[in-house]
Structures are given as structure tokens and as C-alpha cells.
Design a protein around this ligand. Structure first.
Ligand SMILES: [Zn+2]
Length: 421
């Protein structure tokens, strides 16, 4: 078994945290704001490329700005083992989401170098463009283009709130690479990522072996009612868009509590009733509905129930309602053989683990479409809270997760055959 250098990994994590650092008013902590293809992202990308070059890796950039770095194996005709994740963050990000998998991957390469280990297959570490979807509106963008789910041309034309396109910004920051976005198919893909949830901490373990990523549905709901005087309009003759939107919020929660839809999670994270005038009945409301479910059939049932509920509300209150689909992904199961290989690796390292579904979306769910894929989760403190500067995984948890990654990658990179899985 090999062991990565925990101090070196931690120093790297803390160094990258300084790029895009901001002082967060809500928490009083230093956070990270490194939206995809901004100047901060560009600086972090350049720093990672420097680390890759220092580790003697061959770096290439593809046409959607994904960056890969290769450590050659003995037989370069064989497909590689790929590690990766992302280094872009949300506007209120922390130091671990995504970066642990990328910097952990670079640390694996350094460790292999230090140990003088040559593998049979090439090993690559990479990072994917715009995983968070915060700037250009589509999450897992770079990995989805690589996996062929989103055409390159479509991705290039996506724009941010200021009308700047992905393509323009790739060119501007110098990451509009020449490598084909449909990369050579890897032997396997492994992603080490913080859990962003409480399950590992509750189980008292640092390591999770991820079974898959649950189905995600994002919809936008626009309610059109009628503005009217708050004092003179009788309750029975109102067309209150705000009331209808609020009812959806409450129903979404009731659906979760009912147990009818399995492990459904529903969130209305955006609630806009326009001008917000104290003495006027809201005539328009826009909300987003985020549904998550590890079961596709129950997800469909939840969407249908909500649509029916909203229809009834529209009739009852005399309002017009429009749904807009923002995103939908089905449940993605990870490769069973690689999950077992990760479990065996954790056992050999003496690290206890649990198996868990992922509640969040990850690049791995896209790459799973092209090659056998699995993920290692690392526990976080404060119930695994993430997308906030409070996000924190301690040096031991990060080190343990990266040790599992390192040894699993080593095993996969010495596999001669393409196993059927
Ligand atoms: Zn992430």
C-alpha cells in the first residue's frame, strides 16, 4: 500500500484557497469565489497546471477548457485510469468542494513519483470546466461535453448574466485548448469528493463509497395572477400569485414528509414576487423547484403529483401557470466492480467506510456514460455543510480519502485486461 503526503496535500489545498478568496459577511470566515472562467478561475487553473508540470506530467487542454495531465505507463497503447473533479466554485464556496479530487489526484501523482512506481497504464488527473453551473447555467458542463451529452457548439454559445459566452471566456483566459473534447475512453474514472452531507459523520467514518448519483429535476414555475388593492379586494375574488407560489413551497415539503415519494428532497430556493409592494396583491410570482430522488420512478411520480397539484391551484385561484424545465438527470448507478475495488482498498488501509448515494451532482455522473466510474466520499465537519465558507474536511479525512484514491488508482492502472463490468 502507498500513502500520500498529507501535509503536502493540505498545503496545496490551503494555497489554492487563497485564489478567489473573499471575506464572507454572513459567517465572518474567508470563503472562495471562483466562478468558472473568471480571472480567479484562470489563476487557479494556471496554478494547477504548474503543479502538474512540476510533477512531470504531460498537460493538455481540450476545446471546452477541460485540463488533463498524464503520467505515462509502460504500455501506452492501453487506455488510461483517470482521476478528476473541478476547481470552479459557487459564489460562496469553500476550499474542498471539487478541489480535493483535483489536488488529491495531483498528490497521488507526486506520491507515485516519490515511490518510483511505474504503472502498466497511463494515469491522468484532470479538472472539468463549469461543474457548478453558477455562471453559465448548466452544471457539469465540461464533463457533459466530454461524455457527449451536450454538443460542444451548444456549450460554447452559453452566456453568463453579462452576455459573455463560454467560448469568448475560454479564449480570453487562454484555456481554449486544441485537444478534442471527446477524449480517449478511459479504463476507469475515479473521483474523490467531499460528501457535502451528514451521513459519514453520523456513521463515524471518514470514507464513503458512492453507489450512484440520485435523479435531479430543476423546474421554474411562473404564476400570473392579478394585481389589486390589498384593502378593498374581497378575499374570495383575488388572483394572488404569491399565495399560489407559497402553497407550492408548502406542498413540496409535505410531499417529502409524507414518505409517498421515497427519499424525495424538494427545495424552493428561488422565490420572486416582483416589486413586493406592501399594499398590492402580487400579480406575478416566479419560483424554482429542485427535486432529488434516488429512485427514477418515484421522481416521475413526484413531478406528476406536483404538476397536478399546481393545476388544481390554478383553477382554484384563477391564475395562469407556466412550467419551464431547467434540468433533469436520471439516477446514475456507479460501477459495481470498482465500488468493490474501493471497498477492498479501504479495508486494506484499515479505514472504515459506508456505502452511500450522492445527493449532489458530480462530474462522475457524466463520465459514467463513457467508462466504468466510481466515487470516494470524504466526510465534512458541521454535518458536511458545503457551498459555504464553513465547509471543512480535516487533514486526516482528506488524507484518508486520497489514500483510498491512490491505492485504487494503482490497482486499476496495473490491470492488464479490460474487464467486463
Ligand atoms: Zn463539487
Amino acid at each position: 500500500m502507498i500513502r500520500i503526503d498529507r501535509d503536502r496535500l493540505w498545503r496545496t489545498l490551503m494555497e489554492l484557497k487563497q485564489i478567489g478568496a473573499y471575506s464572507d459577511e454572513a459567517t465572518g470566515l474567508q470563503g472562495v469565489r471562483r466562478l468558472a472562467l473568471t480571472d480567479a478561475d484562470a489563476e487557479a487553473r494556471r496554478r494547477c497546471v504548474e503543479w502538474m508540470v512540476e510533477a512531470d506530467l504531460e498537460v493538455r487542454v481540450d476545446r471546452i477548457g477541460n485540463v488533463y495531465a498524464t503520467r505515462p505507463g509502460r504500455d501506452r497503447t492501453l487506455s488510461c485510469v483517470l482521476m478528476g473533479s473541478h476547481i470552479d466554485t459557487v459564489a460562496t464556496g469553500g476550499a474542498f468542494d471539487g478541489t480535493l479530487g483535483v489536488l488529491g489526484g495531483i498528490e497521488v501523482m507526486r506520491t507515485l513519483n516519490d515511490a518510483g512506481i511505474q504503472t502498466l497504464r497511463d494515469i491522468e488527473v484532470g479538472f472539468f470546466t463549469e461543474e457548478e453551473g453558477v455562471r453559465f447555467g448548466t452544471d457539469m458542463l465540461g464533463s457533459a461535453v466530454t461524455a457527449g451529452r451536450i454538443p460542444l457548439d451548444h456549450a460554447h454559445k452559453l452566456t453568463d448574466a453579462d452576455g459573455k459566452s463560454v467560448k469568448e471566456e475560454l479564449v480570453r483566459i487562454g484555456f481554449d485548448g486544441p485537444a478534442p473534447e471527446r477524449r480517449p475512453v478511459p479504463h476507469a474514472y475515479l473521483e474523490c469528493h467531499i460528501e457535502q452531507g451528514p451521513l459519514l459523520a453520523e456513521a463515524g467514518v471518514d470514507i464513503g463509497i458512492v453507489q450512484g448519483v440520485q435523479s435531479i429535476s430543476w423546474q421554474r414555475l411562473t404564476v400570473r395572477g392579478e394585481a389589486a388593492h390589498a384593502g378593498t379586494t374581497p378575499i374570495g375574488s383575488r388572483h394572488d400569485a404569491g399565495l399560489v407560489a407559497a402553497s407550492v413551497v408548502v406542498e413540496a415539503r409535505r410531499m417529502c414528509d409524507s414518505g409517498e415519494f421515497g427519499q424525495l428532497r424538494a427545495t424552493v430556493g428561488n422565490f420572486d414576487i416582483g416589486e413586493g409592494q406592501t399594499n398590492v396583491i402580487p400579480h406575478r410570482a416566479v419560483i424554482t423547484v429542485d427535486l432529488r430522488n434516488p429512485d427514477d420512478a418515484l421522481m416521475t411520480a413526484a413531478e406528476q403529483h406536483l404538476a397536478g397539484y399546481v393545476d388544481r391551484l390554478a383553477g382554484q385561484h384563477g391564475v395562469r401557470i407556466a412550467w419551464e424545465r431547467m434540468a433533469k438527470t436520471v439516477m446514475v448507478p456507479f460501477d459495481a466492480r470498482i465500488q468493490d475495488l474501493l471497498a477492498a482498498t479501504a479495508d486494506d488501509l484499515g479505514l472504515p467506510y459506508v456505502r452511500a448515494m450522492s445527493g449532489a451532482g458530480h462530474d462522475a455522473q457524466e463520465i459514467a456514460a463513457i467508462c466504468p466510474t466510481a466515487m470516494v466520499f470524504v466526510a465534512g465537519e458541521n454535518a458536511g455543510i458545503s457551498h459555504t465558507p464553513r465547509e471543512y474536511s480535516n487533514p486526516d479525512a482528506c488524507g484518508n480519502g486520497t489514500d483510498v484514491l491512490a491505492n485504487a488508482v494503482l490497482r486499476l492502472a496495473n490491470e492488464a485486461d479490460e474487464p467486463v463490468s
